[in-house]
Design a binder for this molecule. Structure first.
Ligand code: HEC
Length: 159
């Protein structure tokens, strides 16, 4: 009887240890998944924003307001991506300085007002540069584009 109790106790201890080992292994795998999973960087989001900023100008110039609204949303999504994935970067704290310019530009698209769009687009571009200056990236200078960024996209409204 005594022997049986001892044997049972040993079995219990062994199985507890195994359980612990399995948990540790699982945790290790989880940790490595989190650290090795691809996360887009600040510069990648900015590269995307650059593309949509450029397309936005030609959408507005062509009074293609649906496309302009779409491009605005793409910029917004990338700004949200920075908030979500680059919260460890000090520069992310300055991101809010673009919000007012974004809202004013959205309003001019909603109003389908080309002059207002041009003015607020210039304001947005200024706020890109203001943030670049504030975050010691003043050498990244953004301007109003002269040519459409892609030749395979038509910015005019389909008739
Ligand atoms: C937080 C303030 C902030 C705002 C607002 C901001 N940027 Fe940036 N931008 C940065 C920082 C920081 C970098 C450098 C990113 C890095 O470390 O790679 C950068 C880099 C860039 C680059 C260089 C990326 C490359 O691949 O060459 C471009 C282009 C750019 N931004 C465009 C824009 C445009 C267009 C806007 C406005 C619509 C804008 N940015 C608004 C902070 C900002």
């Amino acid at each position: 009887m005594k022997l049986l109790v001892i044997l049972l106790l040993i079995m219990l201890v062994v199985s507890c240890n195994q359980q612990e080992n399995r948990e540790q292994l699982l945790q290790k795998r989880l940790d490595s998944l989190v650290t090795n999973t691809y996360k887009p960087g600040f510069g990648e989001f900015m590269g995307n924003i650059q593309i949509h900023h450029a397309k936005l100008w030609f959408a507005g110039e062509n009074q293609n307001w649906k496309l302009a609204d779409f491009e605005m949303n793409e910029i917004k999504e990338n700004l949200e991506g920075i908030q979500k994935y680059c919260s460890d970067r000090i520069e992310t704290k300055s991101l809010g300085m673009i919000n007012l310019a974004m809202d004013s530009l959205s309003l001019s698209i909603l109003k389908k007002n080309k002059e207002m769009f041009q003015r607020n687009y210039a304001n947005l571009t200024n706020s890109c540069n203001t943030c670049h200056q504030a975050t010691s990236h003043e050498y990244n200078v953004i301007v109003i584009p002269k040519n459409p960024p892609f030749s395979n996209q038509d910015f005019q409204i389909k008739k």
